[in-house]
Write a protein that binds this ligand. Structure first.
Ligand code: CO
Length: 201
């Protein structure tokens, strides 16, 4: 009877009928529990595998959550732009996903010259208004960062920055649907090289 029971235990553990069969065996004989931990130990990786998989979906949840806050992935609603002592922007075109509510331009002057000599800003206007905005900005002078006070043609702008400084501007994408737009530096003489287009797609 005992032999038969042991055989049953072996059969059960071998067939990996874990909890039920092994619990029954460990109750019957002290010798069996020694073998018993082996089987649960073998089964532990099996149970820990789903547990290890569980954090994975959990980790992906924040991504899905951020996807809920905006139609486009957060990273697509901003861009890094630099300007340097060679009077150049790092980009000549910025693509704005139409699905973004706001679009941020993170601008940095990577040069070393002061803003009085090599000042850079980022001014967003309709492309058709660029020349007038630059002209009026020059008249306005350094005290208003070469932007005419209250200029309604300017959708957004940073202040005038010197080397090492940075500033972000935010665009309301809903206002960018009608016309081609440009970004320019209105520091006198800079818009010839420091300009780019903004494309909404
Ligand atoms: Co400039």
């Amino acid at each position: 009877m005992k032999l038969k029971y042991n055989q049953l235990c072996v059969a059960l553990s071998m067939s990996m009928l874990l909890s039920l069969g092994l619990t029954a065996c460990s109750d019957s004989k002290p010798a069996e529990p020694a073998a018993t931990p082996a089987a649960p130990a073998a089964s532990t990786p099996a149970t820990s595998t789903p547990a290890a998989e569980a954090p994975a979906p959990a980790a992906s949840t924040p991504a899905a959550a951020s996807g809920d806050t905006a139609a486009a992935p957060a990273g697509e609603c901003s861009v890094e732009l630099t300007g340097d002592d060679a009077m150049k922007y790092s980009l000549n075109e910025i693509t704005v996903p139409a699905s973004c509510a706001d679009f941020t331009i993170n601008f940095k002057h990577t040069g070393k010259m002061p803003k009085t000599a090599m000042g850079h800003n980022v001014v967003v206007t309709k492309t058709a208004d660029v020349n007038a905005v630059v002209k009026d900005g020059m008249k306005a002078g350094a005290s208003t960062d070469y932007i005419k006070a209250g200029d309604e043609r300017v959708l957004a702008h940073t202040k005038l920055l010197g080397g090492g400084e940075s500033e972000s501007l935010k665009l309301d994408v809903a206002k960018l649907k009608a016309d081609p737009y440009s970004f320019i530096c209105t520091f006198p003489g800079h818009s010839g090289t420091m300009h780019g287009t903004i494309v909404v797609k």
